[in-house]
Design a protein around this ligand. Sequence first.
Ligand code: UT7
Length: 329
Amino acid sequence: MYTKILGTGSALPKQRVTNEDLAMLVDTSNEWITSRTGISERWISTGESASYLAAEAAAKALADADVEPSQIDLVISATVSPDNFTPTVSCEAQKALGLSRATCFDLWAGCTGFIFSLMTADALVKSGLFSHALVIGVEVLSKLVDWQDRSTCVLFGDGAGAVVLSSSSQPGLVTHVSGSDGTRGDVLKIAGIPLANPWMAQHVGESETGSQSVICMNGQEVFKFAVKTMESSIRRVVELSGSSLHDISYIIPHQANNRIIESVAGRMKIPREKFFTNLDHRGNTSSASIPMALDEMNRAGLLLPGMHLVLVGFGGGLTWGASMVRWTR
Ligand code: UT7
């Protein structure tokens, strides 16, 4: 028993924010942002919730897959920016789309969340426990960004992407590799709610760390980690699948920084054109970036039956992973 991708979808908030818009907020410029990151614009929620964007992307993926909501029996949403601790984004999408038969849960794994969710759904479908899964990556990172911090606020965007999976007699999801290094979690951190209760000496707002839930990042450390782990993840997943780098039609990387992608392409001597990027008009959307890119490629007609694709991600935790996909549609 195998798993294959039947359809893709994505959704964006309405508000487009350009580099020039950001230069009116913080001391930055279009020149700095494009040359250091490759990003020109991103889409920022002015009211769209993570659950709303997830349901929109999922509805489009269901239509693309020609699958009825009643056929879906599993929903996994990758996110670090859910609307609530509970109910989850997946349960909210279930409610919006009438996915009444589905078991729904969210998965947190930083920007690698979509790869980990795809791997989890693949294993659960292959086991025979589920037959049709929705895997969603969704973020409203704009609520976790410090809009005074020019080193981070220019990078991120909001959005959602989704895929519909089904069991199959032919391999679509060929194999996955993954890893984590919790000892390096501090290089990319979003603090949670500090502990505060009547039995503590310090109360809310007076915690020892004074932590706020905003993205804190050592950009250069993340950059070095990203280049190293993307290269090793691509090499390992290709080797494990029994193919060679020449067999790969496209690599769909986490859309964080054009220079990271160029550096990986250069080190691996893979033509830059094989790495699909849409970060110039999306920014870094964390868990949503890979399924949003996949959907853009699918809708542009770039994906042909039999093509081999590598999806590769890295992010907070630290975490990393890659999936080898044989496109079967
Ligand atoms: O999903 C994973 C998320 N994270 C990442 O992927 C981040 C990976 N890292 C990066 O993408 C890059 O490290 C950044 C884009 C974040 C930063 O680029 P960099 O080339 O590493 O710049 P830097 O941090 O070394 O900063 C260079 C200079 C500094 O000024 P000084 O100290 O040289 O005077 C910064 O203060 O650029 C300054 N700077 C800016 N200037 C204008 C930092 N941010 C900005 C800005 N506009 N937005």
